[in-house]
Design a protein around this ligand. Structure first.
Ligand SMILES: Nc1ncnc2c1ncn2[C@@H]1O[C@H](COP(=O)(O)OP(=O)(O)OP(=O)(O)O)[C@@H](O)[C@H]1O
Length: 253
């Protein structure tokens, strides 16, 4: 088994390499937990980080971690098999997140956000056990700009995601090396390599992230007329002009 190292592969690897350089994502001696869901994004993240690792001047380790939320129907065997075939050290963590979500989630609040928060807690505990200092997540450029719009449309804050963030506990650093990679390239890469993707089997189904899908649709529709829209929105995240906003913490008056 080998990953197809074509133009698309090299394009994605270059974008990830640039993100690593721009934001200092990986340092000598890092022990990185790569969060793998069995979805296209985290498969892509894992294989690109692995390819870079083989060529990188700095030494770092990758250990894959999967969190089973306990949803009936979430079948992790194809993922486990794939990781074994490629020789990745892997940890599968079975949890009762499903029960907790069912009993503790506030009615009307986002199923996906609550699930992601619980998952993050599990990932941090597993990282401590495995001695990992960094957690790599598979969020890509489209996730960044959708989150930017979601926060403006529904929360009223100018905020997206960070490519590198120190967790509140001070022990873990979260990195998002796919920040410059567009989702459509990941879809193509995943398809070309026949990654055995598995569905999350969440009972909320497609309703769980309804608003995110609305943002995705909006961006797609507008991109027809404004081809550079995604690049411009992503660029905006790195080009903030606080004096031209209303936040008194950043103004001179
Ligand atoms: N069950 C899980 N176990 C471990 N990591 C996970 C799991 N679910 C999500 N993640 C991590 O969180 C990232 C963002 O998760 P999200 O639910 O937004 O999935 P996604 O955008 O569909 O990504 P993917 O295609 O990797 O599933 C994933 O790319 C992955 O790194």
């Amino acid at each position: 088994m080998a990953i197809i190292e074509d133009r698309l592969f090299r394009k994605i690897r270059k974008q990830v390499g640039k993100a690593i350089g721009d934001f200092d994502l990986i340092e000598e001696g890092d022990r990185i937990a790569v969060a793998v869901s069995g979805g296209k994004d985290s498969y892509t993240l894992l294989h690109i980080l692995d390819s870079l690792r083989r060529r990188a001047p700095v030494r770092y380790e990758l250990i894959t971690v999967n969190v089973h939320p306990g949803f009936p129907g979430y079948r992790t065997e194809p993922l486990a098999q794939h990781l074994k075939e490629y020789g990745f050290a892997n940890r599968m963590e079975l949890t009762d997140c499903y029960q907790i979500i069912e009993t503790k989630r506030r009615p009307g609040s986002s199923y996906c956000s609550f699930c992601a928060r619980l998952r993050r807690g599990v990932l941090y505990s597993v990282m401590d056990e495995l001695g990992c200092n960094k957690l790599a997540l598979g969020h890509h450029a489209d996730d960044f700009i959708e989150t930017l719009l979601l926060n403006q449309f529904f929360v009223g804050t100018l905020k997206a995601m960070s490519p590198k963030l120190q967790a509140d506990n001070g022990r873990h650093t979260v990195i998002r090396p796919l920040v410059y990679v567009e989702e459509r390239d990941i879809v193509e890469f995943s398809y070309a390599n026949d990654f055995p993707t598995i569905a999350c089997a969440c009972p909320a189904g497609s309703d769980g992230d309804r608003n995110r899908r609305r943002m995705k649709r909006l961006i797609k529709d507008l991109s027809g007329d404004i081809p550079h829209l995604r690049g411009s929105l992503l660029g905006a995240l790195g080009n903030i002009q606080p004096r031209h906003l209303l936040d008194k913490r950043f103004t001179e008056f």
